[in-house]
Design a protein around this ligand. Structure first.
Ligand SMILES: *[C@@H]1O[C@H](CO)[C@@H](O)[C@H](O)[C@H]1NC(C)=O
Ligand SMILES: *[C@@H]1O[C@H](CO)[C@@H](O)[C@H](O)[C@H]1NC(C)=O
Ligand SMILES: *[C@@H]1O[C@H](CO)[C@@H](O)[C@H](O)[C@H]1NC(C)=O
Ligand SMILES: *[C@@H]1O[C@H](CO)[C@@H](O)[C@H](O)[C@H]1NC(C)=O
Ligand SMILES: *[C@@H]1O[C@H](CO)[C@@H](O)[C@H](O)[C@H]1NC(C)=O
Length: 539
């Protein structure tokens, strides 16, 4: 393990020391080469260069043209790079905005980032993270600008971009630019994304197996039409804040969370507020039903207990057909999807703008027929649930999939659900899937980042505790692809909350813990300091 670790870090650094022989060898040559990139010099079909600029390390880059709702006004750039902004026509009725950041100390690798939610937003912080590590990186706007799904309305081509074409086009164009700029081929191609970005990475593995050698996906929005049915259905369970079925947010985060821990935290052998395998938690909310004359802010009515029970049950559709796995206990701390009545904007936008194509459609009317219709239409072929990954496997691709078990937006139970679907579809047991597909269930990780446990696994720059493959999912994928070292565990870092002063520096380390690959689960050995990773075992 140690040797391989060093070789990955060495190969990351070696670009600095190889005497370059071309025009890029000097800072002036690099700047000039960057300035010389034009639409014509690239000659890529449908691609128009908007501008190029040399960005010096330490620059606070601002993005005045980025849609305000994206909330990404600036990014501190840590390495010298050439920034190329383009527009690429994807059909007569759609286009993507694409950026390619080419670092001066290139590690010879190519990488694509993804998006999140409905965006519409180039994830500059991810591009900065991976270019700072030396990857030539692309990021696109997913075919529209801003965080709303409204641009899908009567625009099937824009939906296609969102479903698959933005990432794929960005990869095809970005690879050509990378090769042209450095005047040599990249060695390997990678992907890093979470949530919608997780779905985009899975889509590439399923439908464009040539695009990447190593793919890191987190909390993927898999089975997308059904996911939106599931996200929308919580409203039907909870009702409005005035109804007697409603459970206020503060009850979820206090008494319900505490009671879940009381019933399930010890299942992994140690009570520390972290449930290592949430699939084992069959929570019984009836324990919280009020005693006579009990203060109702410390207990539940029978109706509220029913709401809690239903939130943690799978969703079934017309004729009892299984639609989506249950929300997992552990999500209640950040359960944005179900704990507050907000008109479930995420799900309703898909139904409004892509399924019904009706901006006036009322989300309160959602029902079983809508779920059936969405799955039947499958706009843009967005479902992303193909279980046959054999083309990706055959070309030697590696898929590293992780999901936080405190995710309150996309249930972490969809990840083992998909993994098992792949296992059955391909007829392969885990011992065989292990050669190209590994799933890690991360205790104490919320949706992509955050959470109460060892949630820093290098999935984002603000959740990066180090570059050793054993504790960084991106470096683990590189080590797997290039050196054949498959990750057995991912070492997560928990930081003391409130001490993280700068998003690029980690706060004081609280503890570290190794997260197991599915179907293994983490248990405490019964001896020693539980904050020491060595006191836990994958069984
Ligand atoms: C970068 O510039 C923006 C806009 O001027 C500013 O709001 C932000 O604080 C700056 N960031 C840093 C790290 O200096
Ligand atoms: C270029 O755009 C056209 C139509 O706008 C589209 O049909 C075609 O697929 C695009 N080509 C590439 C290589 O993306
Ligand atoms: C998105 O915004 C960019 C920058 O303002 C603009 O060039 C592009 O045309 C916009 N894309 C769409 C699909 O509106
Ligand atoms: C990239 O690799 C291909 C196939 O091996 C080769 O034909 C091509 O010349 C290479 N391009 C550069 C710029 O080295
Ligand atoms: C019920 O409990 C809450 C929170 O502990 C407290 O603020 C409130 O005063 C209590 N109400 C009664 C009637 O005791």
């Amino acid at each position: 393990m140690k040797l391989s670790t060093n070789s990955v870090l060495a190969s990351l650094n070696c670009a600095l020391f190889i005497p370059a022989v071309n025009a890029l060898s000097s800072r002036a040559g690099f700047e000039q080469k960057c300035a010389e990139i034009t639409t014509k010099s690239l000659g890529i079909a449908n691609a128009t260069v908007w501008f190029t600029e040399f960005v010096e390390a330490g620059t606070n880059l601002t993005f005045p043209d980025n849609h305000a709702s994206c909330g990404r006004p600036s990014s501190l750039v840590s390495k010298d790079l050439c920034r190329i902004a383009l527009r690429v026509e994807t059909s007569e009725d759609s286009e993507i905005s694409l950026e390619t950041w080419l670092p001066a100390d290139w590690n010879k690798r190519f990488l694509s980032t993804g998006n999140g939610g409905w965006s519409g937003c180039i994830q500059y912080e991810d591009i900065e993270y991976t270019t700072s590590l030396g990857f030539a990186t692309v990021g696109a706007n997913n075919g529209h600008n801003g965080t709303s799904g409204a641009p899908f309305l009567n625009k099937p081509e824009v939906v296609e971009d969102f479903a698959w074409r933005s990432v794929h086009t960005g990869v095809v164009v970005g690879k050509q630019i990378t090769t042209a700029f450095y005047d040599r081929n990249f060695t390997k191609s990678y992907y890093l994304g979470c949530s919608t970005g997780g779905r985009q990475g899975m889509k590439s593995v399923q439908s464009f197996p040539e695009d990447f050698d190593g793919v890191v996906v987190g909390a993927p929005a898999l089975a997308f039409n059904r996911l939106n049915a599931w996200s929308a259905h919580f409203y039907l369970i909870t009702g409005t804040p005035e109804s007697d079925t409603f459970v206020p947010v503060n009850l979820w985060t206090t008494i319900i969370h505490d009671d879940i821990l009381r019933q399930c935290d010890g299942l992994d052998g140690y009570e520390d507020g972290l449930i290592e395998d949430v699939t084992l938690c069959n929570y019984r909310p009836e324990a919280l039903i009020c005693e006579p004359a009990q203060n109702t802010s410390t207990c539940l009515t029978g109706k509220q207990a029913e709401t809690v029970r239903k939130v943690f049950e799978p969703l079934y559709g017309e004729n009892g057909i299984f639609i989506y796995p249950r929300m997992q206990p552990g999500s209640e701390l950040t359960g944005a999807v179900f704990s507050s009545y907000t008109g479930h904007p995420f799900a309703s936008e898909w139904y409004k703008y892509a399924v019904h194509n009706d901006a006036d459609w009322d989300p309160a009317t959602i029902g079983l027929e809508d779920y059936t219709l969405a799955s039947k239409l499958n706009p843009g072929n967005i479902e992303t649930f193909d279980g046959d990954l054999s083309e990706f496997q055959e070309r030697g691709g590696k898929l590293l999939h992780y999901h936080g078990q405190e995710d309150g937006i996309i249930t972490s139970e969809n990840s083992p659900w998909y993994y098992n679907h792949v296992s059955r579809t391909m007829g392969l047991p885990s011992s065989e899937l292990d050669s190209f597909y590994r799933l890690f269930r991360i205790s104490g990780l919320a949706h992509c980042t955050g959470g109460s446990g060892a949630s820093f696994i290098g999935q984002k720059s603000q959740a990066n505790a180090g570059l050793e493959p054993e504790e960084n999912v991106l470096m683990a994928a590189v080590d797997w692809v290039e050196n054949g070292n498959a990750p057995d565990t991912i070492l997560g870092t928990a930081v003391v909350s409130g001490t993280q002063s700068d998003s690029n520096k980690i706060g004081k380390v609280a503890f570290k813990r190794r997260h197991c690959r599915y179907p293994y689960r983490n248990v405490y050995s019964g001896k020693g300091d539980a904050t020491d990773p060595d006191t836990w075992k994958c069984i």
